[in-house]
Design a protein around this ligand. Structure first.
Ligand SMILES: [Cu+2]
Length: 205
């Protein structure tokens, strides 16, 4: 092995370790329940804690349960329609990913769950989602139903300060990819673009 080849090998290993550590940290961060800080169990069972059953109402007023998507991958994002930046950008990335997948995208169900059921009625969701991929399902429900869904996905959300009708929401911004049984596969942060998301999804199709 030449000196350059050796240095290159050492660098590749170092980068690999750094990436593994970074992934470990992110996965650990998202499995910690923000309310209870329940990191102890989360670190033992890892990402299997992300995801779970939900019962909500879609933008057409139909009742929807996670069971309906068995056999499909779910691309799940929690946010709210009044969001000034992160949510629209992320939904755009999801839409671009769906477009990039082409016909293979039929195996993927993009889902947007509101963390603001107070303002996000089915009608509001429908208006908002007209800007994004046509197969995107918008889900809302009673505060308790939304809370249960968010809890299952380890999503934190809270009303931030603001006027009575113009408040902002703080919320976790992670796109989850779930398998055909509804189990966690991987996740994407806001920095990923649609094309990269599509490439990552393809590996699971
Ligand atoms: Cu948002």
């Amino acid at each position: 092995m030449s000196r350059i080849a050796l240095i290159r090998t050492i660098m590749m290993v170092a980068i690999g370790v750094a990436i593994a550590l970074a992934i470990g940290l992110v996965v650990r961060a998202i499995t910690v329940d923000p309310k209870t800080g329940g990191g102890r169990d989360a670190s033992v069972t890892g990402t299997s804690l992300v995801g779970g059953p939900f019962e909500l109402t879609d933008q057409d007023g139909r009742r929807v349960s996670d069971q309906q998507f068995r056999g499909k991958l779910m691309l799940v994002y929690f946010g709210y329609t009044f969001c000034p930046d992160v949510c629209p950008t992320t939904l755009l990335d999801m839409s671009q990913a769906m477009d990039a997948l082409g016909p293979a995208g039929d195996q993927v169900q993009p889902i947007f769950v509101t963390v603001d059921p107070e303002r996000d009625t089915p009608e509001e969701l429908k208006k908002f989602l007209a800007n994004f991929h046509p197969r995107t399902l918008g889900l809302t429900g009673s505060p308790a139903e939304v809370q249960a869904a968010a809890k299952a996905y380890r999503v934190y959300y809270a009303k931030a300060k603001g006027a009575e009708r113009d408040y902002l929401m703080d919320h976790t911004s992670i796109v989850y990819l779930m398998d055909r049984q509804g189990k966690y596969l991987t996740h994407f942060t806001s920095s990923i673009r649609g094309e990269q998301m599509a490439e990552a999804i393809k590996k699971f199709l």
